[in-house]
Design a protein around this ligand. Structure first.
Ligand code: UDP
Ligand code: MG
Length: 321
């Protein structure tokens, strides 16, 4: 039996790029169907993430033009990660495999062939990994690679240079459905599920149209979220830092004691002030980091829904009735 593939594509204000990339996704899907790799029941599922432009109208239109296009719409903008999750959860009971990919054509669509081959060879998760970043500016390259190194240092297991282009089998998604956290960092969560996994390398291009939704500030907040959602190492680091400073202070006190006994008076209010401000700053950072975890716990305890689907394209309604 050929597997049913669902390509899950989050879209937020993508009216410029969708008309360009939708036919590319379709021809990729058709070529895999013709090569008898996947079933004809495979679909391209767009997830509209509360777009303010004509994205949803475009998706509805596409689903009328070709039965391989389908779509769901979130009731409001919830961000990329939640949109991908909504699509994957929607697909997990109808598909055998899913591939999540951005809708802007930056990720090499033809790498899907290799991903499906790896699935057929037994992998349950196939990570799409960027082989080079030559299309990126120096700044983007530097910050993005720093991002992965920081995650690794902080104890978050991620595949280097892998974003959210990945194949996941429905078997893994059934297990993944039990990961109920509301603070999502999908690329750090899938390695936790386990199962046989592998990587496929591809070159990443520039966006075909429109603008990135990930400026530096959003990237930093994603990195921070990723770390604090998946690791408690920052709290440990603070504790270690506290212990190191305490040890140094004791050594300092002993030194002062010895010099005083030896008859030298110790002056140096400048050094004292500097040390006090440093300690104050470290304490504030410590409280901030701990506060971040309390905030995250607060959000988790409330357990609000991670996505709300408000609309589905007409083809799905037909199926239900
Ligand atoms: N996206 C989304 N919700 C958002 C922001 C982005 O669904 O709030 C989608 C967007 O349409 C795209 C993908 O997430 O398909 C990645 O966004 P983008 O290309 O802007 O990020 P970059 O590739 O620059 O990191
Ligand atoms: Mg992009």
């Amino acid at each position: 039996m050929r597997p049913v593939l669902f390509i899950v594509i989050p879209c937020y204000n993508e009216e410029q790029v969708l008309p360009v990339t939708a036919p590319m996704f379709l021809s990729q899907l058709n070529s895999m169907i013709e090569a008898e790799k996947i079933s004809d029941n495979s679909r391209i599922m767009f997830v509209n993430d509360g777009s303010k432009d004509k994205t949803w109208e475009l998706i509805s239109e596409l689903s009328k033009q070709d039965c391989h296009f389908t779509g769901i719409s979130q009731s409001r903008n919830r961000g990329h990660q939640n949109a991908v999750l909504a699509g994957l959860m929607e697909a997990k009971d109808v598909a055998d495999i899913t591939i999540s990919i951005d809708c802007d054509g930056q990720d090499d669509i033809s790498a899907m062939d290799k991903m499906v081959d790896e699935y057929i060879n037994g992998a349950e998760i196939v990570y799409g990994v960027r082989s080079d970043r030559s299309s990126d500016t120096f700044f983007k390259k530097f910050t993005a690679e720093g991002f992965y190194k920081l995650l690794d240092f902080m104890g978050v297991e991620v595949v280097f240079n892998h974003a959210d282009y990945r194949l996941v089998s429905s078997r893994v998604l059934q297990e993944f459905a039990d990961f109920k956290e509301v603070n999502l960092f999908l690329r750090g969560m899938f390695p936790l599920v386990g199962f046989k996994s592998t990587s496929v390398y591809y070159e990443r291009h520039e966006r075909l149209a429109g603008e990135s939704h990930y400026p530096l500030s959003k990237m930093l907040s994603l990195a921070f979220d990723g770390i604090t959602s998946l690791s408690i190492k920052p709290i440990r680091l603070i504790t270690t830092l506290g212990m190191v400073i305490a040890a140094l202070s004791v050594l300092g006190l002993i030194a002062i004691l010895i010099t005083t006994i030896a008859g030298h008076s110790v002056t140096g209010w400048v050094v004292m002030t500097a040390v006090l401000t440093l300690l104050g700053a470290i304490q504030l950072i410590g409280i901030g980091v701990v506060g971040e975890y309390i905030g995250k716990t607060y959000m988790e305890v409330k357990g609000r829904p991670r996505y709300i689907i408000s609309e589905r394209t007409a083809d799905q309604n037909k199926k239900e009735h």
